[in-house]
Structures are given as C-alpha cells and as structure tokens.
Design a protein around this ligand. Structure first.
Ligand code: ZN
Length: 182
C-alpha cells in the first residue's frame, strides 16, 4: 500500500472490514466477542496482529480487545511504543483502552461502532475516545465511526445477543439500568 493511503477512507474501510470478518468468524465459538482490535503499521498498512476481548476466558476485566492487541504488539516489537502504528477496533475504545492507546503512542485510533451503540448491548463508560485524547498531552488522531453498520451487526448477531444476555445474568453487580444514568 502506498504511503498516500496513510489515512484514506478506503484503506480504513478495508482494514475494518477485514477485522470485522476476523471477529465474525469467531461468533458461535468459545472465543466469541463483538469486540475485535488490530494493530497495523500506519504507513504500509501491514497487519501486526489482531485480538478479541477475552475478559471471561482470562478472568481479567482488563482483557479488552484493544489492550490485548496493544500488549501483544509491543511484546512482538520488543518495545513499549506503538509509534508508527494505527489501532483499529470494532468499537470505540473505552477510557481504559484509549488511555493505553495514548500511553503507547499510536498515531491513530480508528473505530467502528460507537460507545453509544455498544451501550445498547452491554454496560459502558460514557467518555468518548476523542474527549480522552483532548484531555491528554499526547497527539493521537481519532477517526470513526468507520464501517459502523458492520460493527454494530456483530453485537446484533443472534449468537452474540444470546451470549450477552447470559453474561449479564451472571454478573454479580448488574449494571445500572440505562434510565438511571444521569
Ligand atoms: Zn476497553
């Protein structure tokens, strides 16, 4: 891919569609999650790696797709920096993931579904990725939503709807009902 594809909408769409395919292919398996994330070289578009959310599999509330992807990418690159890389994610990063993206130095974050889209299916923290970036000393471009409908469809897949209903039931501290949010 030529450098002028660096931030083109077509390149972003292709990267996101590929990530959606990766995520969709795992629906109905033990690993299923609507949250997928990839780390890509910004200039070449070369994929470093992709990860899914694995909070339940790893019994780790921080095992969001973005955290797992950035951690694994840093380990593979043998440095704690992702300067020169772009983070793609099927859903707008939560404040934890966006903070890690800022600490990692990624050039860009490109997301699919929004936090509001995800909140129709599971509890969310309502601080946008752009808000967090604006409050930081780091310079990170946030683009999205990209391929929003395809990403929202991951949440709406019947296998995912069934699984998420079960997960909500099994939570000891259920989320506040949406109506109680201030
Ligand atoms: Zn997150």
């Amino acid at each position: 891919m030529a450098p002028n594809h660096r931030s083109s909408r077509e390149a972003d769409l292709a990267q996101m569609q590929s990530l959606v395919e990766f995520t969709r292919a795992r629906l109905g398996t033990e690993a299923q999650s609507p949250f997928g994330s990839s780390v890509v070289e910004t200039d070449s578009g070369r994929l470093v790696l992709r990860r899914l959310n694995a909070v339940r599999q790893e019994n780790d509330p921080s095992s969001h797709a973005e955290v797992r992807a950035m951690r694994a990418a840093c380990k593979r690159l043998k440095k704690p920096s992702l300067v020169g890389h772009t983070l793609y994610t099927t859903c707008e990063p939560c404040p934890m993931c966006m903070a890690m993206a800022l600490w990692s130095g990624v050039d860009r974050v490109v997301f699919g579904a929004t936090i509001a889209d995800a909140a129709r299916h599971c509890a969310q923290i309502h601080v946008s990725a752009r808000q967090l970036e604006q409050r930081s000393d780091m310079d990170c471009r946030v683009d999205g939503p990209v391929a929003r409908a395809s990403c929202v469809a991951l949440f709406e897949d019947p296998r995912m709807v069934t699984a998420m209903a079960l997960w909500r039931k099994s939570r000891r501290n259920p989320a506040k009902p949406l109506a109680s949010r201030g």
